[in-house]
Design a binder for this molecule. Sequence first.
Ligand code: PBG
Length: 323
Amino acid sequence: MNLKLRPRRLRLTENMRAMVRETQLTVKDFVYPIFVVPGSNVRDEIKSMPDCYHLSVDRVVEIAKQIAALGIPSVEVFGLPEYKDEIGSSAWDMNSPVQRAITAIKREVPELIIVGDVCLCQYTSHGHCGCLVDHYVDNDRTLELLSKVAVSQAEAGADIIAPSDMMDGRIAAIRAALDARHFINVSIMSYAVKYASGFYGPFRDAADSAPQFGDRRQYQMDPANVREALKEVALDLDEGADIIMVKPAMAYLDVVSKVRAEIDRPVAVYNVSGEYAMVKAAAANGWIDERRIVMETLTCMKRAGADVIITYHALDAARWLKD
Ligand code: PBG
């Protein structure tokens, strides 16, 4: 037997493995999502998302400081409003928890990159991501509302606007609305490739955003499709998206890899609530090693081509990266 090449030679020690490692996960890859709620002095753990909290605006700055102290560059702000209506008007109310939280974080922790999630489902009484005509989400009318939300978040201090609604044409509409208000340096991170996924279950509990009837398959993508993903990406780039996101992450890394190969702008991936909940539940039962599984999955997201990883594991992963 003459084995000229023995791949095992380069796996002999940790130093050797580290030297030839192809992918380096770093804390700078992370965005940490938070949930802001009405009221004061609220810090309630979200049942289906252990170690994640509903925070009132007055408790948001302390977590923002913690995020920054760990070296995590960015926070994504989700919110629950004080009131809901047919068109989701609390989504662009400057007194809503999201806008107030963005302003507070910008004031107290200015170096943190603030991502504002733009959608209507947390704000509409029916829980759909746009306004309804009969039982149909009206695409073009929704664009006007999303543009108002984007402008209100930019006004509050958001650095990046991240529309997650999956209406057609929203990147162009939001870009035009931001530019008209002179927010030319506010970026858009498009949830360009967002699948209609069962993995959002815990988030919908956390954000009280489950649709009251039907589902989101008329606007979010069919999990069976990948050519369509590239079409969505091409449209959003053409409309002016600065960063392209694929969501969810774990079961969709083939999509991340294809998108990465196709485009020259940064790719983000969203490690969603259901993925997080599965890991936390199995770890709590002692069935898996949480730290090992988290670091492995986040590294694999980067290996697949993600430049940015939005993850509820960010605080833990940042600590583990320091050890
Ligand atoms: C709002 C939105 C959702 C998520 C992010 N923004 C839920 C949905 O589309 O139903 C999911 C995030 C997660 O599951 O962690 N449209």
